[in-house]
Design a protein. Structure first.
Length: 156
């Protein structure tokens, strides 16, 4: 019998008679009783060692947090934000925008008022996103990344 270690769920990873298995940490289980006998001989079950946190996991958490800044908008709506900002800047500079005219009318505001709202929201979203991306970069540069990297303490 080879006892590898505890698993993330608290079971014991062992190889018994050439077969790798997960043994529940329950003394009613016959395989667990075999592990207990092995422990009685002075052996210790190695602790669970979580895998290192990957770049992809950290980036996914940052992405989740950025999307959560404006959860009421769909992905399709988000895809229009860059052109909306460009159109809003054009309107503020004295130009016109048929697209913003269409968006302003049902809101009961002028195109210029909508342009100001778009620019203000874009600035606020950019600032909040930049804060999240800065925290992401801090986590990515850590040599030992915390397992609790999704906790708010790492992002606020």
């Amino acid at each position: 019998m080879i006892v590898h270690r505890y698993t993330a769920g608290g079971a014991i990873d062992v190889t018994l008679e050439g077969q790798r298995m997960s043994v529940p940490d329950d003394m009613r289980n016959s395989h667990r009783q075999m592990v207990a006998a092995w422990e009685a001989e002075g052996n210790t079950i190695p602790a669970y060692v979580p895998p290192p946190v990957t770049d992809a996991e950290i980036r996914a958490e940052a992405d989740r947090r950025i999307k959560a800044l404006a959860p009421e908008y769909t992905e399709a709506e988000r895809e229009t934000w860059t052109p909306q900002v460009a159109e809003a800047r054009n309107v503020i500079a004295g130009g016109q925008s048929a697209a913003l005219d269409l968006l302003a009318a049902p809101r009961g505001v002028t195109t210029e008022e909508l342009a100001q709202v778009i620019i203000a929201k874009e600035a606020a979203l950019f600032t909040a996103s930049a804060a999240i991306l800065a925290k992401q970069e801090t986590l990515l540069r850590m040599s030992e990344r915390p397992q609790g990297y999704t906790d708010d303490e790492w992002w606020t």
